[in-house]
Design a binder for this molecule. Structure first.
Ligand code: PLZ
Length: 444
């Protein structure tokens, strides 16, 4: 093999040999600025040479601690051995036939695995796509055909993608929607449960959501309610206990398809195969992407067989959906998750990160709340003693971490949430070091 090799054997260390970004990264950034559309941006323009375990090696020789996982994708680590092996075998055998033209068993096996792993013991089927947004679009198509209804209900702070329908479903205007309208119609937004900001319990928050559906949409018009069990881009918001269950129950009682968008929260990220499990919720349809394939583009809609089968033959598909190389990667990733018991590992990471962050919060009053599940943990930054969002401090913390070689991300409707999404295979020592860096940056 030529070129640098990543994977778990990379030294699991933070090591800075230049400023961040270094001279070679800056050179590449100049080339990029001339060639790549400026609408596509990067959180930290270090150019990557290799990655694995919990680190990213850049072209200047810096080794950074990865608390992003490419936005919750490389849960099994970059260049994870089972993923590499299965992808290499598949690439050498064949790269594409199009499942709609001539099928192959990898696609079928991924659907079998996802049917087994998603919540509920009922008969399930799946269909594969390329991106999270595409999965969400297809979940809506399936729900519309199944119900014969058109309305789609989403919630405040939701993120579902950047395509035309999913832009309409996404809550936040800037940067996702600004100037990109007109948006798809028949999308209605209801309040969600945001315990830190609304102080409501799960039942009260669900009643508020349901009231909007009852009064403003009409339950008989609603094809589906689409909701992230933990709201990701919107701020790692964990709805109050009972909220999801009450909304799911209302959906079921009214013939509405309940869709859990588990694109960010699924596949071991929260310490369960799917975050719905923490609330004992069994969604009708689940959207899956990101973590499912160890970094290759693959997405799925998985759900009740009779709903999935409502669509006429030929009604679902796409040239690349369930590409054989991406399917091989998913089978390698799922094997890794089982072998290394990454659900258990995500819970260990939750304990490590939350204990460090709760401790930090006692000395850094800008931390209004520490929240999240598994390895999907965040701190919401506010003006001390208030709930007023302080995005400037969140940016300062994140930039400070970047300069010190820790790749962090922000999120949230108000841009004031610092989130931690390490690969589930990152060792404890590295996570502690990242928390040491954050503590040091906060003290500045
Ligand atoms: N649903 C819950 O988190 C993707 C978006 C990053 P795609 N989140 C990261 C960005 O700024 O584009 C996401 C998600 C949830 C849907 C999606 C969309 O998934 O694979 O990016 O289309």
């Amino acid at each position: 093999m030529t070129g640098p090799v990543g994977g778990p054997d990379l030294p699991q260390e933070r090591r800075l040999v230049t400023e961040i970004p270094g001279p070679r990264s800056r050179e590449l950034q100049e080339r990029r600025n001339a060639a790549v559309a400026s609408g596509v941006s990067s959180v930290l323009p270090i150019y990557v040479a290799a990655a694995g375990g919990g680190v990213i090696l850049d072209v200047d020789g810096n080794s950074l601690i990865d608390l992003a996982s490419g936005i919750a994708v490389t849960s099994v680590g970059n260049a994870a051995p089972h993923v590499v092996t299965r992808v290499a075998e598949q690439v050498a055998a064949f790269t594409h036939t199009c499942f709609m033209v001539a099928p192959y068993d990898g696609y079928v096996e991924v659907c079998e695995q996802l049917a087994a792993l998603t919540p509920g013991a009922h008969a399930k089927k799946a269909a594969l796509f390329n991106s999270g947004a595409e999965a969400v679009e297809n979940a809506v198509k399936i729900a519309r055909v199944h119900t014969g209804r058109t309305a789609v209900v989403v919630v405040d702070h939701a993120y579902h993608g950047r395509t035309n329908l999913t832009m309409a479903m996404t809550a936040k205007n800037m940067p996702y929607k600004e100037g990109f309208g007109p948006f798809a119609n028949e999308v209605y937004r209801a309040p969600v449960s945001y315990p830190f900001r609304d102080g409501l319990d799960g039942q009260e928050a669900a009643a508020r959501t349901i009231d909007v559906i009852e009064k403003q949409v009409g339950p008989g018009n609603v094809a589906c309610i689409v909701i992230e069990p933990i709201l990701g881009e919107g701020g790692f918001i964990v709805p109050a206990p009972g909220y999801l269950g009450a909304v799911a129950e209302y959906a079921s009682a009214n013939g509405i398809v309940f869709v859990a968008d588990e694109i960010q929260s699924g596949m071991c990220r929260t310490g369960a195969w799917f975050a719905s499990e923490h609330e004992d919720v069994v969604p009708d349809l689940v959207t899956v992407a990101k973590g499912v394939a160890g970094g290759l583009p693959l997405a799925a809609v998985v759900g009740r067989a009779e709903m999935m089968d409502a669509v006429h033959p030929g009604g679902l598909g796409g040239t690349y959906g369930g590409n054989p190389v991406a399917c091989a990667a998913a089978l390698g990733a799922i094997t890794t998750m089982r072998e290394q018991d990454l659900n258990r590992r995500a819970i260990e990471i939750e304990t490590l990160l939350t204990s460090r962050l709760v401790e930090l919060a006692t000395r850094f009053p800008a931390i209004g709340e520490v929240r999240g599940r598994g390895a999907m943990i965040a701190i919401e930054i506010v003006e001390p003693g208030t709930s007023r969002p302080d995005p400037a401090v969140a940016s300062r913390l994140s930039a400070g971490c970047h300069q010190a070689g820790v790749l962090t991300l922000t999120c949230g409707t108000y841009g004031n949430v610092l989130r931690f999404l390490p690969p589930l295979v990152a060792p404890d020592a590295l996570l502690h070091e990242a928390m040491d860096v954050l503590t040091e940056v906060a003290a500045r």
